[in-house]
Each structure stands twice: as C-alpha cells, then as structure tokens.
Design a binder for this molecule. Structure first.
Ligand code: GLN
Ligand code: ZN
Length: 609
C-alpha cells in the first residue's frame, strides 16, 4: 500500500527558499515509483494499492482538470512498466470528477470508488457516472459501499441494490478502516438497545462479505441489518419531540446577537480589564496525579466526593498560580475534563460513549470519539459548579469554558439519519442554556472553543458556503441571548485560517484567540481588514516544552500591534496547556506577562485594571 504520487505532491509544501510547485516534479517521483513497484514485484508482491484521494478534493495548488492531467501522465507511465505488481487504484473520501475519467482511461487492473451514503448525498449522480465511465471489461471496479468513516451498521439491502447496478464489481469499504474503532465486541456495556446499531472495523468487514455474498447466502446478516435499521428509526433515543419542537421554533437562516459588537465592547468596559489583557486558553497541565485520581475514580477506588475534592484542590492551586503570575483573566484549568469533547458528550443526552473505541487522532495520539445517536439535549448544568467555585477564589474574572457545537460534532461520530446541521442546532441551544446558567452564577466572561471549525470544511468548494453557514449559526446560537455585558470569547487552532477568516470573523465573538506563534503571526495579514472584534493571536507555541523569552514574546506583541489596535489586542498562548508540565508553564506564563508589561511600558499605557 502506498499513497499515489499525484496525491503525495498535491499535498506537499515546497521547502522554504525553493522555487516551483511540488507537482512540477511529478516525472521524477514517478520514476521512483516505477523502481519501487519493480522491487515489490521482485519480492513476489502480486498487487499494490495506490491511493489517490487528491481526485476528490478542490485543492488550492491545482484544479480538477490539472489533477486529471497529472494522473493520466503518471499512470500511463506506471502502468506501462513491465516489471510491476497489478495496480489497484483507490479514490477515497468523496467523489472523483475529471480524475475519474483520467483513471478510467488509463485502466489500472482495479479501480476503487467511494460510494458511501455520505458521498452519494453530496453527489447524487456519482453511481451513474461511475457506471458510464469505468469500462469493467478492462478494469475490475471496486465499489466502496460500506462507510468507513462512521460507526453505523449499514442498510445492507439498500447497499446491495446499488451494488447490483454494476456488472461484475467487487465490494469494499469507502475508505480505510483507520477512522473507526476495532470492534463492537469490546463494548459489553453499551445500552442494549443501541449496541446492534453499530458497526466498527471488524463488523464492517462482515458487511463487505455479506454484500458480496448477497441476501440468499448471508440471510442472517441481512436480517440483522434490517432489524438495526428499523429499531433505530423507531427509537425514542433517536427522536425526542421536545428537542425537535424547540429547534423548530428557532429563527431560520443566520441569527444575530444584539446589540452589535461596538456597543457590546462599550458595555464590556464595565469588566474593568487593563490594556493588553493577559489570559490563557483554558486547560492547565493535566498532572499524573489528576490522571491517577480519574483512573481511581473510574475503578471505584475513589468516591465521587473524594474525586471532586482532589479536583477542587487542583482548581485552587491553578487560581493561586495565575494570581501569583499576575494574569488578568483567569481560568479554572479544566482538571475535571478527560477530553474537551467527551466531557460534554457524557453530560448531554443523545450521546453514547465507548470504553475501548480508540481511534488514531494524529501520530501516536488517540481519542475515543463519542457517538451522537439521537436528538441532543442538556439534562442539567455541566460546568457551572466548577466555574462558580473557581470564581469564588478570586476577585479577578474567571472565564467560563465551553466546547462549541462544531468541535463537539467534528470530534464525535455523527448521525447519518439527519443532516449535521440538525445536531449542530440542538447542541447550540443546549450550550445556550449553559451560557444562561453561567451568567446567573455570576460568570461574566465565557469562552466557547471552536478549534475544529476548519476541520469540517468540505473538500469541494461548492459545499463550503452552506457548511460555513450552519457552522457559524450553531456557534451564534450559543451566544445569541448572552447579555451585552457578558464577554464571549472563542478559540481556534490546529490549522491555517486564512481560507475561512470571514467565517471566523462571522462567529461574532467579542474576543477571538487564535493559534499564530508557529507561523510567526502570518495570519495577521488576513486579520487586518476582516476583523473588528478583539483578538489574541497566540504568542507562544504550547506544543513545545521550550520556554519562550520575554524579548521574543514582546516582539510578537509589537508585530501584532502593527495590525491590531491596542484597544483590541489580547496577550495569550496559542492553545491550552494540558500537555505541558507545570515548571515550563509557570516560567512561560511569567515571561508572557513580563513581555506584556514591557510593551505597555514602552507605549506608556497602564496595565492596572
Ligand atoms: N480550552 C481548551 C484547552 O485549553 C481548548 C483546547 C483546544 O483548543 N484544543 O484545553
Ligand atoms: Zn487550541
């Protein structure tokens, strides 16, 4: 298995200082592939799979027609090589357009297309196009019908019907199985009524086999799938009338918090914040003590009271530390959160969580994504006690801390029986209730994190505006009824935001903190005209244990001041501190406050609240 040469180059960046696009070097790379394929053939490999997902996305580096031309050039050469295994080309993650024509034309021994329900929903004509484009006399067609990106048991009868439209095709999953957990069998404690609705990696392989065998030979599998589809559709877990009524009553289209930003900014002067206010993004180091307490609590070796007591001690020490460092807006440190999404999923109705459903997030990091099984609602307040306790320990403002609807969905397995915007609205209003409760508890600054906003951006240009519409709306629902004096923050990270900077501005938060240190504030170029609200471009990279110096952070603040006026600039790290240790965190934050003080002193502005 290899990633194909066109995708490798289409998703590569050129080295700093070098000229030209990576794709211009396709000929060279193709020569290397030909050598590798020869070596594989010599080693006795009969088939090689080459993945070309660049066929399904609108990329900035090349348009569809250019990608198609590159594919045709590359595979004409590769397939002409004499000493090679048979070639199985895959096009996962969406529907191919010009790329499909090109690949059908070069006719590899086998060609895979993604025909998952999700892909067909975005491109209704795809099945027909595949039928009319791929010459099955020359190429073995592989229909990727089983959805590899989600955890739902497939509707085998419906999938089999699609499969039968192709002559002599094979069947597979739409993408590799790396995105789903290993097996439902490792989940003995799932609610009995929902367990049968799921299909993880092992079960999906069973579905592939059943689809190939057909309903006569695999009668039991089809009967099981029928039952799952029926009970899921009829379940009260799936449909909650109260939730449906509430979201149906919401205004349609985009919603708008009143009054507008400028008036809110005026009202929020009452918060009494100094110039260039300093803050952090939310989490403080998750020490091994906290992790141990959580494990002990889960294992039943720590009572609820003892566990809460441990966490309260941690909150108190985080508050004390921030006071000592002289930060202006404090956080409680999030020690009670195993994960910023799972924590909320466990407290909201409409989700189930797994015990062993680990999937790779990146590199060696793994997460256990919760599963949205039905309509989402909030049975009771989720964060208020922690926020209230933290606020009781300080005269400074403590930020309430919520994960936004888009990020909750992006890092969960979502429903496939309703559009994602339906769940987004439901989570939006559930979090709006939390905002109300936080306000009533005396919390005047509330952060709604949306680090994954960019992550869900559709691969095709034409699908992006409607995504950004519902994503922005769901965020705005959370803060819609917040008092003008309540300062709403948001936080974004993990990607370059230039492409969606309008949507980021459209969130209409009062303050936006955004990852920027690693790119040395590159994003400030994009911010200039688009942003009218307050903004905190991160001035130190929390992904590294390195302690940034006062001088380098002061320089970044000055760089930011070239683009953002003093009255609108905040000083903060790039992201939360949960993966860091206390020692480096303390020194880095101390330097950050000193950097702010130095810049303020040079500008002769007071930083006293
Ligand atoms: N508030 C969260 C934290 O500090 C935000 C994390 C994130 O952006 N990924 O941990
Ligand atoms: Zn972040």
């Amino acid at each position: 298995y290899l990633v194909g040469p066109v995708t490798v180059l289409a998703l590569s960046k050129q080295a700093e200082g070098s000229n030209g696009q990576p794709l211009e070097r396709l000929d060279e790379l193709v020569e290397s592939y030909i050598q590798v394929l020869a070596a594989l053939a010599d080693a006795g490999v009969a088939w090689v799979q080459l993945a070309e997902p660049a066929t399904v996305a609108d990329l900035a580096v090349a348009d569809d027609a250019q990608i198609a031309a590159h594919l045709e050039a590359a595979y004409t050469k590769i397939l002409a090589a004499e000493n090679r295994p048979q070639v199985y080309l895959t096009t996962p993650y969406g529907s191919a357009r010009a790329g499909l024509d090109a690949l059908a034309k070069v006719a590899p021994e086998a060609l895979h297309v993604d025909l998952s329900v999700g892909t067909q929903a975005l491109d209704a004509d795809y099945v027909n196009r595949v039928k009319n484009t791929v010459d099955t006399a020359k190429t073995q067609l592989v229909a990727g019908l089983v959805d590899g990106r989600n955890v739902w048991a497939g509707n085998l009868r419906a999938l089999r019907e699609t499969f039968e439209q192709f002559d002599g095709a094979s069947v597979s999953t739409s993408v590799s199985l790396q995105h789903v957990p290993h097996t439902v069998e490792a989940e003995p404690n799932l609610p009995v009524d929902v367990a049968a609705w799921f299909s993880f990696a092992n079960e999906k392989i069973g579905e592939v086999v059943a689809l190939a065998a057909g309903p006569l030979d695999a009668a039991e599998a089809y009967a099981r799938a029928d039952r799952a589809v029926r009970t899921r559709a009829e379940s009260t877990r799936t449909h909650n009338q109260q939730v449906a009524d509430r979201t149906a009553a919401l205004p349609k289209g985009q919603v708008q918090r009143e009054p507008a930003f400028t008036e809110r900014q005026e009202a929020q002067k009452a918060l009494g914040l100094p110039a260039l206010p300093t803050t952090t993004i939310g989490s403080f180091p998750q020490t091994s003590d906290i992790r141990k307490a959580r494990a002990d609590h889960r294992a039943g070796n720590l009572t609820d009271e003892q566990y809460v007591e441990e966490l309260r001690k941690e909150v108190a020490s985080v508050i004390e530390l921030q006071e000592r460092l002289g930060l202006d807006v404090l956080v409680h440190g999030e020690p009670e959160r195993n994960d910023m999404v799972q924590y909320f999923a466990e407290l909201l109705d409409g989700f189930v969580v797994t015990e062993n459903g680990w999937v790779q997030s990146y590199g060696s990091r793994c997460t256990r994504p919760p599963i949205v099984v039905g309509d989402v609602s909030r049975p009771k307040a989720m964060t208020v006690e922690w926020a209230k306790y933290a606020q009781s320990l300080s005269d400074k403002h403590v930020k309430g801390m919520l994960t936004g609807p888009v990020t909750i969905l992006a890092w969960s397995f979502v429903r496939d029986d309703v559009h994602q915007s339906v769940s987004a609205d439901q989570i939006g209003v559930a979090l709006a209730d939390e905002v109300k409760d936080l306000e009533e508890a005396g919390i005047e600054i509330i952060q709604i994190d949306e680090p994954a906003l960019r992550e869900l951006l559709p691969l095709r240009e034409e699908d992006r505006p409607s995504y950004l519409d519902w994503a922005v709306r769901s965020f705005r629902l959370v803060s819609l009824d917040a008092a003008p004096t309540t300062q709403i923050h948001t936080h974004l990270c993990y990607s370059e935001f230039g492409q969606i900077i309008d949507a980021v501005a459209g969130l209409d938060a009062d303050v936006t903190s955004i990852e920027a240190a690693r790119s040395r504030m590159e994003l400030l170029q994009d911010i200039d005209e688009k942003f009218h609200s307050e903004i905190g471009p991160g001035i130190y990279d929390i992904h590294s244990p390195r302690i940034p110096s006062v001088a380098e952070m002061a320089e970044l603040i000055r760089a930011a001041l070239k683009h953002v006026p003093l009255e609108r600039l905040w000083v903060n790290p790039d992201c939360g501190l949960k993966t860091r240790g206390y020692e480096e965190t303390e020194q880095s934050l101390r330097n950050m406050v000193l950097a702010r003080d130095e810049v303020a002193a040079n500008l002769k502005v007071s930083v006293n609240a």
